[in-house]
Design a protein around this ligand. Sequence first.
Ligand code: T6T
Length: 327
Amino acid sequence: MLTRKKSLTMIMISAALVILLLAPLAWAEDESLTLGYVAGVMDPFMIMIQQGAEDMAAEIGNVEVVSQIPGSWSVDVQSPMWIAMAARGVDLVFGCPVDKEALIPVLRDVHERGVPVITTDTFIGDGDYTTGPESFVLSGIQTDNIAAGELAGHTMAEMLGGEGKVYLQEFHVGVSTSDERSQGFIQAIEQYPGIELAARNSCDNDQDIALTQTAAALRAHPDIDGVFGNNLFACLGAAQAVQNAGLSPAITVIGFDAAPSVVEMVEKGWMDGIVSQQPYKIGQEAVHHAVRYLREGIEPPKKIDVEAVLFTVENYQDPEMQALIYQ
Ligand code: T6T
C-alpha cells in the first residue's frame, strides 16, 4: 500500500513529467511566425527574393512567408498591400517600397500598428535608418546600388577605351535603386575626361517606353557610342532600340539584372555586359534577420549590402555565373 505522502509525491512527479513533455510543443507553437513580403512589381528579380525568403523560412522551420506582388510599378497599387499585411496581423513585413518619399507614411503606418518593417532592394528616405525620421525601419537589405552603378560606368568607360558619348536609360526617377545606379554610373564616367553623358531619360519601368526613348536619343545624338539601361526593363528596351537602329555591335550596351531574357542579349551579341544582383540572397537575409529579431530579440544591422556581380561575354557561361541568373 502506498502511503498518502508517497502517492502525493508520485502525482507531483507525473504532473512535472507531463509539463516537461508538453513544454517544447507549447514553445514551438508560440514561436510560429508569419512574415509578409510586398514586392515592387511582378518580375524575375522580385520572384527570386520571394524564393530566397521561402527557402530560408522552410530551413528555419515554423515560419510562413505570405507575399503580395503588384502587377505594375505603382504607389497606388502597392500602398494598400503594405497596410493589408499589417491588418492581417503578420509578425513582420519586408518588401520593396516603390518610391523613396511616397511610401514613408505608409511604412510608418505599418510600424505604428505594431508590425516591424524591413526594406529589401529599394529604401525610403535617404536609406539611413540609424537616425532621423525613418529610423523606425529595422533594416535595409539591398544591393549597394551606387557601387553597382559605378561598376557599370567603369565597365562602359573601359570598353570604350576612355573615349565617347554615352546614353543613360533610367528605369524610374524617384526610386532609390534607379537614382543610386544613375548616381554611381555618372560618378564613374566623370573620372574619364574623354567620356561624355549625351542624354538620359526615365521610362517608368516600361520596356516599350525605354525602347522609344533610346531610339529618340540615338536619332538626336548620332554619335552615341555606349548605352546603359539601369534595370531589367530599361536595358531590354535600350538594347532592342540599338539593334533596331542597326547599331549593334557598334554601340556598346551595358544592361542590369541577369534575368534569362537579358542574358540572352549577351548570347546574341546585342549586349556587352550586365551588372547584376543577388536577389535570392536578399530574400534569405531578410527572413534570417526577421526571425532572429522576432524570436531572439537580436536587432539586425541597419544596412546590409549584398554584392553586385558583372556578367561579360567572357564569363557568362561559367557555372558560378550561371548560378546567379534569375530563374
Ligand atoms: O532592378 C530590379 C530592382 O532592383 C529594382 O528596384 C526594380 O527593378 C528590378 O526589379 C528589375 O526589374
